[in-house]
Design a protein around this ligand. Structure first.
Ligand code: SF4
Ligand code: SF4
Length: 485
């Protein structure tokens, strides 16, 4: 409803909820309830300055804005613009809750766990390690073609209105069931094409089983590949080992080089899991990017209970953040020259900021994305696959809407009261459901053990965003479509 001039004149204003930051010589507000970034100029800076001393009436503000050269009508316009963006709010303003996703939100991504078997025994693995949530007893270890086809049909049925959907192959080690992967690609392409639709494919692999023929198949079929790898041999081999304890680096490195060289249709990315003793982010990045030639490298600290030997302690996390800052600064320098840096943790956050993301849930789990295990059980995402406690139905019977909605209700930002005053919540929304379950035994608990870290990182990326939008704004356009790796 549009307010009348009399209604506007009767308002008393106060500051809205925002995080203020300075970058590239300009001042910005990150408007938290909207997840939007607002650049301040002289009059808006003056207005924020006045209201930071306390609330003020409409008329008083118009008078005060005359001192920075604003006519009464320009001051009215400015107040209305700032009011509409929620940078300033009326005295009695109650923030609107983040919009709920629609109950029948269509699927976008299916994560197909082709097998729960792996030929490595990485100590920290969430699937096989001490923190596993899976209960695979009595279930098949390898998915069969019928289950895979039914899963593809479920994705196509439950993604009405989407022309393009995504299948990502996962494991265990995905390539231990490569024959099935090939059949799924053929079936999914054919079925989607018959509906006038397309499917985009990707897979995550430990790279040990790559052969020239597999690389050629991935290239010809335009399948994106993410390799799980933890850096140079002395770091990678600490935990990424075969069952006999032998490190896997020497097997993986030549195969990765062949993949990067031989995959002609998609750039190859790497995902690093940081653990206690494997926190040398800059060195790991340089090796993976420069020595091996990955296009992008992303880092994630291990998801685990704090009492595991490989968990990173607080000091270790501070060290990781320091090194993230080094690469983030480098990322900014590249961006100001118009070049893309390969540190994907920055690229992913900049994309979310550019797209004005304001999350009700931390991720797409059970929303636009579901995981399916070899048994056909549906899970909120790949990390919950094969867990009876978290199953959301089976591909043969469909998604159990009651369980899905219960999971989404638990994970909604509205129930995470600690997050309600946090400026990082549009992007974080309480953090990973799986990590919350491992840490707190509740998928809907906010991951409060790393809030300082998340807020620091969000502020760092806001500063980068601000500096680019002040000095090389055209660079940001490429983030319109980017989805997190
Ligand atoms: S988990 Fe922490 S950092 Fe994330 S939104 Fe909640 S309070 Fe903020
Ligand atoms: S953030 Fe956590 S819950 Fe969400 S998709 Fe990733 S692993 Fe699953």
């Amino acid at each position: 409803m549009i307010a009348t001039a009399t209604e506007k004149a009767s308002r008393t204003y106060r500051l809205g909820e925002f995080h203020r930051f300075e970058a590239g010589g300009s001042q910005f507000l990150y408007l938290v309830p909207a997840g939007a970034i607002f650049e301040l100029d002289q009059p808006t800076t003056a207005l924020i300055g006045i209201l930071s001393k306390g609330e003020a009436s409409h008329d008083l503000l118009v008078d005060n804005l005359a001192s920075v050269g604003l006519s009464a009508s320009d001051a009215e316009d400015l107040l209305e613009e700032m009011f509409q963006s929620h940078a300033i709010v009326a005295q009695d303003y109650i923030p609107e809750p983040v919009q709920d996703p629609p109950a029948d939100f269509p699927l976008q991504t299916l994560v197909l766990n082709l097998t729960n078997q792996c030929n490595l025994s990485c100590t920290y693995c969430y699937e096989f390690g001490e923190d596993k949530v899976a209960t695979p007893e009595g279930k098949p270890k390898f998915m069969d073609l019928e289950t895979a086809k039914t899963s593809v049909n479920l994705l196509l049925d439950q993604s009405a209105g989407r022309e393009n959907v995504h299948i990502t192959f996962f494991g265990g080690e995905t390539l231990m069931n490569f024959p099935l992967l090939k059949s799924v690609v053929a079936y999914a392409n054919e079925t989607a094409a018959a509906q006038g639709r397309t499917i985009d494919f990707s897979l995550t692999t430990n790279a040990t089983l790559l052969t020239p023929a597999i690389i050629e198949f991935l290239s010809v079929n335009n399948i994106g590949v993410t390799v799980s790898m933890d850096g140079p041999p002395e770091l990678h081999d600490k935990l990424r080992v075969f069952a006999n304890g032998k490190g896997s680096y020497d097997i993986i490195a030549p195969r990765v080089k062949a993949l990067i060289q031989g995959h002609r249709t998609r750039p190859i990315t790497c995902r690093v899991t940081l653990t206690n003793g494997v926190t040398d982010v800059v060195r790991i990045y340089r090796h993976l990017k420069n020595d091996l030639g990955f296009h992008e490298v992303g880092f994630a600290p291990v998801t685990t209970s704090p009492d595991r030997l490989y968990a990173i302690n607080e000091r270790g996390m501070d060290g990781v953040l320091e090194q993230f800052h080094v690469l983030a600064q480098e990322w900014l320098e590249y961006a100001l020259r118009g070049e893309m840096h390969g540190f994907s943790n920055v690229s992913d956050t900049i994309a979310e900021l550019y797209q004005g993301v304001n999350k009700s849930h931390p991720c797409g789990a059970a929303l636009g994305l579901v995981g399916v295990g070899p048994s056909g059980d549906i899970a909120p995402c790949h990390r919950f696959v094969d867990s009876d406690t978290h199953a959301l139905g089976n591909v043969n019977t469909g998604i159990d809407r009651e369980k899905q909605h219960a999971f989404l209700d638990r994970g909604h930002i509205k129930g995470k009261y600690d997050c309600h005053t946090c400026f990082a919540r549009p992007l974080c929304a309480g953090g990973c459901h799986h990590e919350a379950f491992v840490r707190y035994g509740d998928t809907g608990h906010a991951n409060l053990h790393y809030c300082d870290w998340i807020r620091d990182w969000t502020d760092t990326c806001l500063n980068i965003y601000g500096a680019i939008s002040a000095q090389n704004p055209g660079f940001l356009q490429q983030f319109a479509e980017r989805k997190a790796l």
